[in-house]
Design a protein. Sequence first.
Length: 182
Amino acid sequence: MVRGRLCKFFAVIALIVIGLQMLSRPPANLLSLRATRYEMLDGLWPRSSSILHYPSWSTPPIEPDTELVDVVARCGGAADLAQVAERAGASTIALREMAQSMYRTDIIYAIADAVPWWRIKLWQLRYASGLWTHRLDEPSGYLPQSLIDEARASSDRWYRRVTDDVVCGATRNAKADPSRKG
């Protein structure tokens, strides 16, 4: 008799969890036992998070300034700076988005390594129930500042290196096609 009631109790709990799952937010999959900590955090952390508004990616479009002159000089020089800026500027938005994505991924992996799995599962349950507080906007609560700075520096280096490669390519293209004026 007790066993029958216990089975009914667990069946009711399972139906409630499945019902909640159907009504919950899609990234908060309560039944996903195989999801890694990274996958859970990736679904829970909004891509519009305030931490992604990092100044090095909020730069204006490439313009013929002194930094551009230095990069153009390293890449062969003697090109019209306005033309180089026009050709290189088209890809800077995509590069900024990629740098932000790299930074976000680094932070999420660091938090996934630093925070116990049960806490992340608890966050997932809170998100599914609508009680999520978006505390991951402040990863300094879970990570030492050195890891956050390291993630920023890594994505900054990548952004700078790829931007310089794009400017070098634009310089070579501008030199190869001198008839086209920007």
